[in-house]
Design a protein. Structure first.
Lengths: 297, 790
């Protein structure tokens, strides 16, 4: 016979399951997150003389950071008292992105997320790397790449295709002052839209932005091995293992063609971005793989 | 201080007095249950009278999974009474039940005299009719029951099936005494301490509970007691013996289970819960996979019959015409828990990778089978994959790939003990050929949630089975012995186990056994082998067309019609002869009285090639000098199923072993191997035939796995004089044994050697065929579970 009993229990739940995150890092490295669009935000196409000016300005800033970044195109967003951490945001009317510098971080590494709004989570991923204090240089866009596409006179706000553009100016300026520098651009792709089997499978597609590379470089191979080992990911190297998403048409790739070994373009699948966003440990593992590249040199 | 002590003492005394009063009341209530006018063999239940002018309203609690209404009526003395119609409304749903008229004849049957209203042996009641409603409480939770005007009054009880959360059930279990736990788990083979957590929680999660009607203040319901004999009263009569919802088998479902030799399951019963079964008898259909027979039983509502399972080992399927409660019993008629086929799978999600540690192997590589099922929740998308990597002892990736998960639903599997919104997809199965030095297999997922089963099998383990004369019957590569692996667990890494309940369709429903067309090939052998022509009798169907392969007996009147399936006008027919004597004889064959062929034949069998001829009617005359009769067969004539039809095929003689090469041209390909044992005068011996593929497997992930060594054992069937080898009078053959050999996608297209070897003292004839393109076998997807080692 089944006995029915009802017991009333009072539970005292000590709900301290998650500890509050340490706030010290947050204070030291303010978040680079931006609202999708600030009011009055726009993208102003760059003139050639502006490109040259920005190139020079960034070259001198990256060579001597203590002087600060003196450019009428960018406004300081955050400057630490000892100038060890500096964040600059472009004038609202220009929409030329955000630049962050950290003296304690890896100086030979320049992380860029030029499609942070459209390539979902890339902004979050790079921001969390930045907040770990291990990055020396960061660049992110400040307006969506498709801003202005709907205008009567179509406006190209995309740093990959607009010519000339502030990303190329900053990248070339940086490499001019850092001979051993490594630029890593972080992008995102949709697996379902890929045409090749490997493209569909891939979590990461690693490229130097160049078509004609006969075999993978050591640096791209190292990155691939590390990502595969640590994240159990499927990484493929363009053009040797996968024949799409090589960023060969990107303006940065074209500008840095001579120094392609110093430029890596990483495409991250949507599901992997979801994982990195939701799993901070894995996000740190990816950062470790990236930091390893420059520490080896 | 003293005042405080006095107050405290007063409180204690007052409480103890109150306690004893409560005890007195409760014990007197208890007494009233056992004393009185009825003995212990009756149980009583409160019932409410439902009359035409008094509808009843019930408030249904929100945690109700099912509602069961039980009705009884007074057995009328009158020979003819009317059926009653009950109408119900729950939210916006309405319905109607018709209660059959009570029959005065019931009174004559003493067995049925076991229910009474009011007092025992006072007012006889009919047997109970049950109705089950599955409430959808979104649109209102009041159940209104009314009786149509001209109906007899009915006694009604309402029970709700309370569905409680696992947490509540767990708390209840913890709070129970040992005795109470034992009582709850009565009939279980294990003591309460050893019963698995899930099982006891599940049993406590459901329970039937009586509900009283809603009424106005001060208004009393017209109610009475229903007395039911507690012995052999059946499930529906007493609240404590109510229907177990997990045992209900509806007419839409089929209950499939494996019965093994070790099981205690001896018999089963299926008692209907729906009174509708009264009007039409309940039919239970019962099938067994090995016997391939179907039995039907029909029985009445009140009979609680049990049927013995006729064969111990095998797959059973039970279906029913109306919902009934399925119960299983052991040899001593004690109830057992229903057999459930479950498989444990390990959960893979974003935060919990699943890792398998692999033991080193001696072979060059190892084979792993992965069965993945996608766990569908609200967050999942269509296009999802999981990653795997094979790693060495330094945790470096040796090989990696992704498995895209299927989205199809599998109606034969469901998750046990899981939240309702979680469902699983059909299994995605891949085979991994991994380097031998793999020590770890790691599965991760970026977003998809999946359930994993990983199996291994020693690469050189021969695949041993009994072949059948049926082409596809047993040659299923999935029926291999695979060994289930358990994931590596430690404090940081703990894969969550899920239980999947599975049933499977019967082979005849899931498999389309299209008989494939054999495309026989000339074997490319290392040694030059003699080719023979083998004759076997075939059953022709009405539609069979005239062809060069099928030979028909020449009719006695000699009238034949030449035709050709390919619609050629000119054909090259041939004739076969069989006779007993060996001496040479002269034969003249005439067509329409014109000489066609003149030949001297020798031996007991042979083939004569006729000159090219036009299709159409011919009058064939065969003249010979032999004293005994000769059997004649000819091809290119329309076969008739009344006459004996023969078929020829090319075969090679095998003694000990032969090695031959096959060309694999497709991604995966079936080889069909036909074998006839040579029958000698010695006693028939069991045959053991081994097929070994001499090919290099490729590392990676594949859909089909090639089993390189397969061993077939069987006892040759009796010799059949109709299986013969042309021009070899002494060779008598056993019947043809057919088996298949898969060349999976783990072997690249190309030419491969296959070694076919026999056990000692055996010899025979073998033909190799390819499965013709475009015809693929639909393999039952659920066969592997027989060998699960979970």
């Amino acid at each position: 016979m089944r006995i029915k009993q009802r017991f009333v229990f009072v539970f005292l739940i000590c709900g301290l399951s998650s500890m509050a995150p340490s706030m010290s890092n947050v204070a030291e490295y303010p978040s680079l997150q931006l609202e999708k669009l600030r009011s009055g935000e726009a993208y102003q196409p760059m003139k050639l003389e502006e490109f040259n000016r920005l190139l020079q300005q960034f070259k001198s800033f990256s060579a001597a950071t203590s002087q600060g970044f003196e450019s009428k195109f960018y406004q300081p967003q955050f400057i630490a008292a000892d100038k060890a951490v500096q964040i600059y945001l472009s004038e609202q009317a220009l929409g030329w992105g955000q630049i962050a510098f950290n003296q304690k971080g890896q100086q030979n590494l320049f992380i860029q997320a030029p499609h942070r709004f459209f390539d979902q989570y890339t902004g979050h991923i790079v921001d969390s790397w930045w907040q770990s204090g291990k990055l020396g240089w960061v660049f992110m866009n400040s307006v969506n790449r498709y801003l202005g596409k709907n205008l009567a006179d179509t406006l190209d706000s995309d740093f990959s295709s607009a010519e000339p553009n502030p990303l190329v100016a900053v990248s070339t300026g940086y490499l001019a002052s850092h001979n051993n520098g490594l630029i890593i651009q972080v992008h995102g792709f949709n697996s379902e839209k890929r045409s090749s089997v490997f493209g569909k499978k891939a979590d990461f597609i690693i490229s130097h932005g160049q078509k004609g590379l006969i075999k993978p470089t050591t640096i791209s191979n190292n990155l691939k091995q590390c990502l595969n080992n640590k994240l159990n990911a499927l990484s493929y190297i363009f053009p040797n293992e996968v024949n799409e998403l090589g960023a060969t048409k990107s303006q940065t790739s074209r500008a840095l063609a001579q120094r392609y070994q110093h430029y890596i373009h990483i495409e991250i699948s949507d599901s992997m971005r979801y994982r990195l966003m939701n799993n901070p440990e894995d996000n740190q593992l990816m950062l470790d793989c990236i930091l390893q590249l420059t520490s080896q040199e | 201080m003293i005042r405080f002590i006095w107050r405290f003492l007063f409180l204690v005394i007052a409480l103890s007095i109150l306690g004893s009063i409560v005890q007195l009341i409760s014990s007197s209530r208890l007494l009233s249950k056992t004393s009185g006018n009825y003995s212990g063999e009756y149980e009583r239940t409160k019932v409410y009278w439902l009359t035409a002018d008094q509808p009843l309203m019930f408030e249904i609690p929100s945690n109700t999974a099912k509602l069961r209404l039980a009705f009884n009526q007074i057995i009328s003395d009158k020979a003819q009474s009317k059926p009653s119609t009950v109408q119900w409304r729950l939210g916006d749903r309405t319905g109607e039940w018709v209660m059959p008229a009570s029959n005065a004849k019931d009174l004559e049957d003493p067995i049925d005299l076991r229910r009474f209203f009011g007092e025992v042996e006072s007012l006889p009641a009919t047997s109970t009719a049950n109705f089950v409603i599955e409430p959808n409480l979104k649109f209102g939770n009041n159940l209104e029951i009314s009786l149509r005007g001209d109906s007899n009054k009915l006694a009604i009880r309402l029970y709700m099936l309370e569905q409680r959360s696992a947490k509540d059930a767990q708390l209840e279990w913890i709070r129970m005494s040992k005795e109470q736990q034992q009582e709850v788990m009565e009939g279980h083979i294990y003591p309460p301490d050893l019963i698995p957590f899930d099982e006891r929680i599940h049993r406590l999660s459901y329970g039937w509970k009586a509900i009283g009607p809603l009424g106005e203040e001060g208004k009393e319901f017209d109610s009475t007691w229903l007395f039911i004999r507690s012995q052999n009263t059946g499930f529906a009569e007493a609240t404590n013996n109510a229907v177990d919802p997990r045992k209900l088998l509806s007419s839409n479902d089929a209950y499939t289970f494996f019965s093994s030799d070790e099981d205690a399951y001896h018999s089963f019963s299926c008692v209907p819960v729906d009174a509708a079964a009264l009007s039409s008898q309940l039919a239970v259909r019962f099938k067994h996979s090995k016997a391939l027979t179907t039995s039907d039983w029909k029985f009445n509502l009140e009979r609680n019959e049990q049927w013995e399972l006729p064969i111990k080992h095998g797959l059973y399927e039970i279906t029913t015409s109306s919902t009934c409660e399925l119960k299983f019993f052991n040899r001593n008629n004690q109830p057992l828990d229903n057999p459930i086929n479950t498989r444990t799978a390990w959960g893979l999600s974003l935060f919990s990778p699943v890792i398998y540690n692999l033991e080193p192997v001696k072979s060059a590589f190892r084979v792993i089978r992965v069965d993945a099922r996608k766990l569908i929740s609200s967050k999942t998308g269509e296009f999802e994959k999981i990653n795997w990597s094979a790693r060495d002892e330094n945790n470096n990736v040796l090989l990696n790939d992704a498995i895209f998960l299927r989205n199809d639903n599998n109606p034969y599997e469901r998750l046990l003990f899981a939240a309702d919104h979680l469902t699983i997809t059909d299994v995605t199965r891949v085979y991994l050929i991994l380097p031998a030095k793999t020590t770890k297999l790691v599965f991760t997922s970026n977003r998809a949630q999946a359930l994993l089963n990983v199996y291994s099998r020693p690469f050189e383990l021969a695949y041993r089975q009994n072949p059948s004369s049926q082409w596809w019957a047993t040659n299923d590569p999935l029926a291999l012995k695979w060994f289930s692996l358990k994931p590596f667990n430690d404090q940081n890494n703990k894969a969550k186990a899920f239980n999947i309940q599975w049933t499977r369709p019967f082979p005849e429903e899931s498999e389309k056994r299209s008989s494939p067309l054999e495309r026989f090939v000339a074997l490319n052998t290392q040694k030059r082998l003699a080719k023979f022509e083998l004759i076997e009798p075939v059953q022709v169907e009405e539609q069979t067309e005239a062809s060069s392969l099928i030979y028909n007996a020449v009719p006695k009147n000699g009238h034949i019609i030449f035709a050709d399936a390919k619609d050629r006008m000119i054909i090259s027919p041939s004739m076969l002869f069989f006779r007993t004597a060996k001496e040479p004889v002269d034969v003249v064959i005439l067509a329409d009285n014109k000489p066609l062929l003149k030949k001297r034949i020798a031996g007991t069998s042979g083939k004569l090639l006729l000159p090219n001829m036009k299709v159409g009617n011919k009058q064939l005359t065969i003249k010979h000098t032999a004293t005994e009769s000769i059997e004649w067969f000819i091809n290119f004539t329309q076969p008739t199923n009344s006459s004996l039809n023969l078929r020829t095929r090319e075969a090679y003689s095998v003694e000990k072993e032969i090695v031959f090469s096959v060309a694999k041209s497709n991604q995966s390909e079936w080889l069909g191997i036909l074998y006839n044992s040579l029958v000698t005068d010695r006693a028939m011996q069991p045959v053991s035939l081994t097929i070994e593929l001499l090919a290099q497997h490729q590392l990676g992930q594949y859909d089909r796995h090639t089993i390189p060594i397969q061993k077939f054992d069987w006892n040759p069937l009796e010799r059949n004089d109709r299986f013969r080898v042309l021009n070899r009078s002494r060779d008598q053959l056993s019947e043809t044994i057919k088996f298949g050999f898969w060349l999976g996608d783990d072997i690249a297209p190309g030419n491969y050697l296959i070694r076919l070897s026999l056990n000692e003292q055996q010899s025979g004839y073998v033909s190799i065929g390819y499965l013709q393109e475009g015809l693929e076998r639909k393999v039952s997807r659920y066969n592997e579970v027989l060998d699960d080692e979970n």
